[in-house]
Design a protein around this ligand. Structure first.
Ligand code: XMP
Length: 523
C-alpha cells in the first residue's frame, strides 16, 4: 500500500481518498508508528500529511530521519513537508507571512522538467494553510516553486525519490492538486493505476471463507447502504451459511421494508429472517414525547428484538445439526474506514476480530466480528455494492437515522401519526427525485409537528391541522450542514401535493437553519 502518515487534523483521510481515486491502494497510519513497523507493511510509497502543529513546538510530532533512508519514495505535504525539511537539515522558520486559502505559486524555471511539477504552468493557484515556512531546502534538493510566504514552496530530490510541497494537493481548490499527487505516485514512485474498490470483493470473499469455514454467520440488516453491502459480500462468500435479520420497528418510511424484504433478497439471494416488531415498539413508545426517552426506548427495544432473533437463529442451527453447517459464531458489521481510523486503527487478519459485547448484545451471545468494509470509504462501499448487484435504491440511499420516523414526530408516536408522516415524506422524496436533486442534497428529513395545530381553510371548510417541516440540508459529513436552497417551484409542488392529499396537514414550512446551531434532525 501507499502509507499516509497522519500528523493530526482531518487531512490524512482526504489524502488517502485522493490516492485511491488515482487507483492506488492507500492506508493511514499514525505518526507514532515506528519506521520498522511501517516497513513491515511493505509500503510502495509514503505520504506525510499536514497537521495542526508547528514543527518547532516542543510537543510537535517529529519524523524519524531513518524514514528517508529506506529507499521508499516519500512525499511530504504541508506540515509533513516542513517536518521532512527539518529532519533532513533544511530550515523551517516563521516568515511572518501566513498563507491561508487560495495562493499563487510560481514554478521555478526548469522545475517543469522535473517530476513532481512536470508540465506545470508557471503560475498556479493552490490551497495553503500555514504560518511556518521552509526557508532553505536540505542538501540535494531542487527548489520547484515559491510563493510570497514560502521561499521554498515545493522541492524534490529525484535521486533519493523524496518530494514535498507546502500546499495541499488533496484539496480541490488546489487546481492541479490531483495531477501533482499522480505525478508523485506514477512517476516519483513508479506505481500503476490498478486498484479499484471492486478488488476488495475477491480479497474479502477469500478471507471470509477461510475464517468462517463451516460455521454460520448472522447479520443485522437496517436497510441502509453499509449493512446491505456488507451482507451481500458475506453472502457471496459463504452463501446459505449467512442469515440476515431485519427488525422492522414500524418507524421506517414508505417502501423501505419492501426494499429489504423483496428487492434486496431478490438481488442477492440472502436468507432473510424478518421480525415485524412494530406493535412492540409502538406499545413501548405510548405516551412518550421526550426525545431522549424515545431514543432510549427505541434502542432498547431494538437490541431486545435482535437478540431474540439471534437466539432463534442459533437454536435453529443447533437443531438442524452439523449436516447443515456448524455453529453461529460470526456477526457481520458494516464498519467503514473512517470509523476504524478515528477509533485508532487496529487490524486483524481478514478484517475479523474477536469481540465480546457487540452493540449491547449480552455476554452469553458471543460472536466474532466480520467487518468486510473496514478498509473502505463510503463512496467505495457504494461502488462495491453496485458491483455486487445491490439494488440502486439501497446503494444510493441517503442517511436515515436508526430511530427512524420515531424522532421525526414531535410529540407522542402513534400509528396514525406515522401514517401521516409517511405520506408526506413519500411525496417530498418523490418530488426531490423527480427534480434530480437526490445527489445534491445530503438528506431531507420531513418532520411532523404533531403537538402543534394551526387553522387553515381547505375546500369550503375551516381546518385545524398539523404543520409539516421540510429540512433539506447540504453537508459533507453531517458534522456541519447548511440548509439547501431548493428551487421555489420544487418547494411549491411538494407543498401543494402534501396539503392536497394528506388531510391532516394544512401547512408546509421550510427549516432555514444551518448546523450549528440546529442539528439536522429535530430530535
Ligand atoms: P444530527 O441530528 O445530530 O444528525 O445533526 C447527524 C446525522 O446523523 C443522523 N442521525 C442518526 N443516525 N442513529 C443513526 O444511525 C441515530 O440515532 C441518529 N441520529 C441522527 C442524522 O440523520 C444525520 O444524518
Amino acid at each position: 500500500p501507499v502509507l499516509v502518515i497522519d500528523y493530526g487534523a482531518q487531512y490524512a483521510q482526504l489524502i488517502a481518498r485522493r490516492v485511491r481515486e488515482a487507483r492506488v491502494y492507500s492506508e493511514i497510519v499514525p505518526h507514532t508508528m515506528p519506521v520498522e513497523q511501517m516497513l513491515e507493511k511493505e509500503p510502495a510509497a509514503i505520504i506525510l500529511s499536514g497537521g495542526p502543529a508547528s514543527v518547532y513546538a516542543d510537543s510537535a510530532p517529529g519524523t524519524d530521519p531513518a524514514l528517508f533512508d529506506t529507499g521508499v519514495p516519500v512525499l511530504g505535504i504541508c506540515y509533513g513537508f516542513q517536518s521532512m525539511a527539518q529532519a533532513l537539515g533544511g530550515t523551517v522558520a516563521q516568515t511572518g507571512t501566513r498563507e491561508y486559502g487560495g495562493t499563487v505559486v510560481e514554478v521555478t524555471e526548469g522545475a517543469g522538467s522535473g517530476e513532481l511539477l512536470a508540465g506545470s504552468p508557471e503560475r498556479q493557484t493552490v490551497w495553503m494553510s500555514h504560518g511556518d515556512a521552509v526557508e532553505a531546502a536540505p542538501q540535494g534538493f531542487e527548489v520547484l516553486a515559491t510563493s510570497e510566504g514560502s521561499p521554498v514552496a515545493a522541492f524534490e530530490d529525484r535521486r533519493r525519490r523524496l518530494f514535498g510541497m507546502q500546499w495541499h494537493p488533496e484539496v480541490k481548490h488546489s487546481v492541479l492538486g490531483q495531477e501533482a499527487l499522480e505525478r508523485f505516485l506514477y512517476d516519483g514512485a513508479g506505481l500503476a493505476p490498478e486498484w479499484t474498490p471492486g478488488n476488495v470483493i475477491a480479497e474479502q470473499v477469500e478471507a471470509i471463507r477461510a475464517a468462517v469455514g463451516n460455521d454460520r454467520v448472522i447479520c443485522g440488516l437496517s436497510g441502509g447502504v453499509d449493512s446491505s453491502v456488507a451482507a451481500a459480500l458475506v453472502q457471496k462468500a459463504v452463501g446459505d451459511q449467512l442469515t440476515c435479520v431485519f427488525v422492522d420497528h414500524g418507524l421506517l418510511r414508505a417502501g423501505e421494508a419492501e426494499q429489504v424484504e423483496q428487492d434486496f433478497v431478490a438481488a442477492t439471494g440472502v436468507n432473510l429472517k424478518v421480525v415485524d416488531a412494530s406493535e412492540t415498539f409502538l406499545a413501548a413508545l405510548a405516551g412518550v414525547s421526550d426525545p431522549e426517552t424515545k431514543r432510549k426506548i427505541i434502542g432498547r427495544e431494538f437490541i431486545r428484538t435482535f437478540e431474540q432473533a439471534a437466539r432463534e437463529v442459533v437454536a435453529e442451527a443447533e437443531t438442524e445439526g452439523t449436516t447443515a453447517g456448524g455453529e453461529v459464531k460470526f456477526l457481520v458489521q458494516g464498519t467503514l474506514y473512517p470509523d476504524v481510523v478515528e477509533s485508532g486503527g487496529g487490524e486483524g487478519a481478514a478484517n475479523i476480530k474477536s469481540h465480546h459485547n457487540v452493540g449491547g448484545l449480552p455476554e452469553d451471545l458471543q460472536f466474532r466480528l466480520i467487518e468486510p468494509l473496514r478498509t473502505l470509504f463510503k463512496d467505495e462501499v457504494r461502488a462495491v455494492g453496485l458491483e455486487l448487484g445491490v439494488p440502486e435504491s439501497i446503494v444510493w440511499r441517503q442517511p436515515f437515522p436508526g430511530p427512524g420516523l420515531g424522532i421525526r414526530i414531535i410529540g407522542e408516536v402513534t400509528a396514525e401519526r406515522l401514517e401521516v408522516l409517511r405520506a408526506a415524506d413519500a411525496i417530498a422524496r418523490e418530488e426531490l427525485t423527480r427534480a434530480g436533486l437526490d445527489q445534491e442534497i445530503w438528506q431531507c428529513p420531513v418532520v411532523l409537528l404533531a403537538d402543534v395545530r394551526s387553522v387553515g381553510v381547505q375546500g369550503d371548510g375551516r381546518t385545524y391541522g398539523h404543520p409539516i417541516v421540510l429540512r433539506p440540508v447540504s453537508s459533507e459529513d453531517a458534522m456541519t450542514a447548511d440548509w439547501t436552497r431548493l428551487p421555489y417551484d420544487v418547494l411549491a409542488t411538494i407543498s401543494n401535493r402534501i396539503t392536497n392529499t394528506v388531510p391532516e396537514v394544512n401547512r408546509v414550512t421550510l427549516d432555514v437553519t444551518s448546523k450549528p446551531p440546529g442539528t439536522i434532525e429535530w430530535e
